[in-house]
Design a protein around this ligand. Structure first.
Ligand code: FES
Length: 65
């Protein structure tokens, strides 16, 4: 499923980025350029990111605090 139509970024790409260490929308912007055009995808991308971080076994909750 596409999350960012402007840059053609899928939910799967976001999940891969999280597995590789992305922990914020800013990280996704830097790695994938997500939200760099119209920005309408940022809200949904944040939901995907939050959900994925909650499930990621490598995620350190202290990073968000
Ligand atoms: S949909 Fe992501 S920048 Fe437009």
């Amino acid at each position: 499923m596409f999350v960012c139509i402007c840059k053609g970024i899928t939910e799967k790409q976001i999940k891969v980025s999280v597995a590789e260490g992305a922990s914020s929308v800013r990280d996704l912007y830097r790695e994938l350029e997500l939200g760099s055009q119209c920005g309408k995808c940022v809200g949904f991308a944040r939901q995907v990111l939050t959900s994925e971080l909650a499930e990621c076994t490598y995620y350190d909750a202290a990073v968000v605090a």
